[in-house]
Design a protein around this ligand. Structure first.
Ligand SMILES: Cc1cc2nc3c(=O)[nH]c(=O)nc-3n(C[C@H](O)[C@H](O)[C@H](O)COP(=O)(O)OP(=O)(O)OC[C@H]3O[C@@H](n4cnc5c(N)ncnc54)[C@H](O)[C@@H]3O)c2cc1C
Length: 414
């Protein structure tokens, strides 16, 4: 793997940059201890931001982005070295996945020069954190049914509507939203993408209480929220094309993470737990652990292929769905193993006693992996249509102007 970067950069430059990354990570990537019911606590987010700000100060953040936008202005080979070294240390930026894995590449690829100058450097250094506002009540898998509207009024857009399941909205500074800008057009057209200030008047963020005790995602209500005209991202009414690109970045971010190389973190953790609990010799546990090891290894290899495609200049394609689906397969398998080795502690716990809560909460959380970022069924549809070339799902509403459709929450409006 390293041969490639060495032939691209020269042995001396590659080794010097690797040593620089390693020295930084040895000093700063010391791990974050997560306590309490929600691993996405404000404490963890603050720690992620603090770490990323050090990465930026060391000139190692936003490696491939131009220096004029706050990046390091280096090459994809440098980025690969950083990912390889980062893969060897505890993840310190897990809560920046949406901000960095999805919003940042969208701004860099589709943002105007003005937008990049205003927002990119702060996003790269995590001085600001960003969220993604696509899903609505009644528009999840079929997100093109969205009803939130943006209306142009002089030099400003006015946004009205509702989004839901918005991860980390309550701690974010900005978000990327898609909204309907022309109801005369068919549902996949007449949508545009915008930047929203999450602290603007008219943005109301309400926490959703989760079954595992956490509160990391939200519903958001927009009432006459005004944003500058210049915060429209990409061409008017072409938001669906941009949304699709962002969903591909999302699947790559979930499916490949911010690290590179083969890693088996869930296997290592659960094998350790099985050893600690004296069940590592149980043949069923061993068989499941080996399946988990195989799945995680395969996922890493698929992720490396996806990264190689990105490196060769391709926008992520439907192959990103393979990694996303793999993440869900691993979550389901890990749930079964956890329940097997933790026994009753995998389903119930007494607050503050032992580590039962850790297992039970991870079991409860595992279900979200099959939904967040697009459900398993949707990933299988994408892989079927666009990777395997199977016939597409039958759709009867794609040629009808949006104003003539009954979609989303209109269906249940009577
Ligand atoms: C932890 C978590 C974090 C999230 N974070 C965000 C976020 O930050 N921003 C954001 O915008 N959204 C977010 N979401 C929302 C997520 O994208 C949606 O929940 C998801 O796309 C599914 O939409 P839905 O919940 O409306 O379910 P629905 O679309 O109503 O689906 C219900 C069921 O029907 C199935 N189904 C639907 N259509 C088809 C079809 N064509 N073929 C086969 N089966 C189908 C689905 O697979 C599912 O089983 C998050 C969700 C979770 C769980």
């Amino acid at each position: 793997m390293s041969d490639n970067v060495e032939s691209e950069l020269g042995v001396e430059e590659a080794e010097a940059f690797r040593a620089r990354c390693r020295a930084f990570l040895e000093e700063h990537a010391t791990g974050i201890s997560v306590e309490g019911p929600d691993p996405r606590s404000e404490k963890e987010i603050a720690a992620n931001k603090a770490f990323q700000q050090k990465v930026a100060a060391a000139g190692l953040a936003g490696i491939i982005y131009p220096a004029e936008y706050g990046g390091a202005g280096l090459t994809k080979a440098h980025e690969r070295i950083w990912r390889e070294e980062y893969g060897k240390v505890p993840d310190m930026t897990a809560q920046l996945t949406i901000s960095h894995g999805m919003c940042m590449p969208m701004l860099a690829e589709y943002g105007s020069h003005e937008q990049k100058s205003q927002f990119l450097a702060d996003c790269i250094a995590a001085r600001t954190v960003w969220c993604q506002m696509f899903s609505e009540p009644g528009a999840g898998s079929d997100v093109a049914s969205l009803q939130t509207k943006a209306t142009l009024d002089g030099d400003e857009w006015t946004i009205n509507g509702q989004k839901v399941w918005t991860t980390l909205a309550h701690v974010c500074d900005y978000g990327i939203i898609i909204a309907r800008t022309d109801v005369e057009q068919v549902k996949h057209r007449g949508i545009s993408m915008f930047i929203v200030d999450m602290k603007a008047p008219g943005v109301e963020i309400r926490a959703i209480n989760q079954i595992d005790g956490g509160k990391h995602f939200n519903e958001i209500f927009f009432t006459d929220v005004r944003i500058p005209k210049s915060w429209q991202v990409g061409p008017l009414n072409e938001g669906w094309r941009l949304a699709t690109a962002m969903l591909m970045y999302e699947r790559v971010a979930i499916g490949t993470g911010s690290k590179s190389g083969v890693s088996t973190p869930t296997y290592k953790y659960l094998a350790g737990e099985a050893t600690r609990r004296g069940v590592i010799t149980d043949p069923v546990v061993r068989q499941d652990l080996m399946r988990l090891y195989t799945e995680e290894t395969t996922k890493s290899l698929v992720a490396m292929r996806t990264r190689a495609e990105l490196k060769s200049g391709k926008t992520p394609g439907p192959g990103g769905s393979l990694g996303k689906l793999h993440t869900a397969v691993i979550a389901k398998l890990a749930r079964r193993i956890t329940l097997g080795i933790a026994g009753p502690a995998g389903v119930a716990w007494e607050e503050g006693v032992g580590d039962g809560d850790k297992h039970a909460r991870s079991v409860l959380r595992s279900f979200s992996a099959t939904i967040a970022g697009g459900t398993d069924e949707i990933q299988k549809n994408i892989i079927g249509d666009r990777v395997l070339g199977l016939p597409r799902d039958i759709a009867t509403d794609i040629d009808v102007p949006f104003k003539d459709l009954r979609v989303g929450t209109q269906k249940s409006a009577g």
